[in-house]
Ligand binder design. Structure first.
Ligand code: NAD
Length: 430
């Protein structure tokens, strides 16, 4: 097979140019565009990209985001490239996608992933616009995760961690969930949390949990873990990590572990949030994990074998496909902003503000100008993310209860049924 030719039979393609391998796989086109990350990594291959594309289909269906799943990337180590090389790789990759019809707001919308950032996504958008901008009025929506000035959206940075927090908040406020995990009183306040990984997802989720009264008692990084029974000041820890590139030496804690930081995952805690990497909870440590439930911020942090052990011990895993869906949901909002050609809130903010002031003045309240404000882009993103995550969490947890399934299986079956019903209504499946 000539690897430079697209495989239209399967709807996937892979190509080879110069010294790099380029991939893009579209898994399901039941909803368009397809959507998925762009990974720059030495280790990717077509199989991995296809597998990740299929997971995207389910993640999107779980959150009711109306896209099909996709994934792509370049087999390259971005840390070994100069900025100029990275830009050339990105622009060439985008050109190949354009030539094959694999990119565009109506076809396939690329997002960031491991090894790609706002700069890479902005180069992708710029390349696409240079070629297609005059004929595609929605060219800005060909990818998400761009700089805000380039069509990105406020709130994207914290969106995955914020979504993890919304999922935790909703489940800890659910009577049936808390009864099942023996979680005690409803709510986050006073409960203890372990976070593995204090990067984008872990830090933001911990910050919102702390704001809601939760105690972040343990933080596990790859080179160091820290514990404080009263709970950390999350911003203080993050500031230390920013300055020192590590938690080593952080002294406002009860215990610190450098030899075997991962062992702190086994500390007794109410809830554990793995937000670092895959396979952190495996069959060797699953027996020793001491928490009531796990909220998967990372992708694939719990192995199949570990989950079997955890389930036997009554520990529920709220699955990654549901819990960390906030990022892609926010990308959906960015795409909406791009095809709307206007920032959310811009057309109504002042009108809403004035209407509320008028109403208040009719009720006899005057001089309220500094207390009444219409919604900005960030307000709308936060409330729409809250709405999406809250609905998804309750619907999928209820599906698990109604069908007597574990939480992960329930999310997957529910997602597959949505896609099946979609095809059925279109007269395609029976
Ligand atoms: P990140 O690079 O910002 O942070 C990861 C953190 O984990 C870093 O601080 C790193 O030092 C730490 N870490 C790495 N290996 C570790 C280990 N073995 N033990 C403990 N800590 C370790 O990455 P991120 O964006 O926060 O992503 C974290 C996870 O969440 C990944 O699995 C990613 O696929 C998933 N995820 C991220 C997003 C997003 O929008 N960023 C969306 C969905 C899923």
């Amino acid at each position: 097979m000539d690897p430079s030719e697209p495989s239209h039979v399967t709807g996937k393609f892979f190509i080879v140019i110069s010294h790099s391998f380029l991939f893009r796989a579209q898994h399901s086109t039941h909803a368009l565009p397809t959507k998925g990350g762009t990974r720059y990594s030495d280790h990717i291959d077509l199989q991995e990209v296809e597998a990740l594309a299929s997971l995207m289909t389910f993640k999107l269906a779980i959150a009711d985001v109306p896209f099909g799943g996709a994934k792509g990337g370049v087999k390259v180590d971005p840390r070994k490239l100069s900025e100029g090389e990275l830009e050339r790789v990105t622009r060439r990759y985008t050109m190949e996608l354009i030539k094959k019809g694999f990119i565009g707001a109506a076809v396939d919308c690329l997002g960031p992933d491991m090894g790609t950032d706002e700069q890479v996504m902005t180069w992708i958008k710029d390349t696409y616009q240079n070629v297609k901008g005059e004929t595609d009025i929605n060219s800005e929506g060909c990818c998400t995760g761009k700089f805000i000035r380039q069509g990105g959206i406020a709130g994207r940075t914290e969106s995955t961690g914020l979504g993890v927090y919304y999922a935790i908040r909703e489940l800890l406020n659910s009577k049936s969930f808390m009864q099942k995990v023996n979680g005690g009183e409803l709510g986050i306040a006073g409960k203890s949390f372990t976070f593995q990984g204090f990067g984008n997802v872990g830090y933001w989720a911990a910050k919102f949990v702390e704001q809601d009264g939760g105690r972040v008692t343990t933080i596990v990084e790859w080179d160091c873990a820290i514990h404080k029974e009263d709970g950390f000041n999350v911003e203080h820890v993050k500031q230390y990590m920013r300055e020192n590139k590590s938690l080593i030496g952080y002294d406002d804690c009860d215990e610190i572990e450098i030899k075997n930081p991962t062992s702190f995952l086994e500390k007794k805690v109410d809830f554990l949030v793995p937000a670092a990497t895959e396979k952190s909870i495996h069959k060797q440590n699953a027996e020793r994990i001491q928490c009531k439930a796990i909220f998967e911020g990372a992708n694939g942090p719990t192995t199949y074998a570990a989950e079997e052990i955890l389930l036997k011990r009554g520990i529920i895993c709220a699955p990654d496909l549901l819990v960390n869906g906030g990022g892609v949901t926010c990308s959906y909002f960015e795409w909406l902003k791009n095809i709307d050609h206007v920032s959310p809130g811009k057309m109504t903010k002042k009108f809403d503000e004035n209407s509320q002031l008028k109403l208040l003045s009719l009720m006899g309240y005057t001089e309220m100008d500094d207390q009444v404000k219409g919604a900005d882009e960030i307000d709308i993103v936060y409330s729409a993310l809250d709405e999406t995550m809250t609905n998804a969490v309750h619907a999928n947890w209820q599906y698990a209860i109604d069908n007597d399934l574990n939480f992960r299986d329930a999310c997957l079956v529910n997602a597959m049924m949505k896609i099946y019903n979609h095809f059925k209504e279109c007269g395609i499946s029976m």
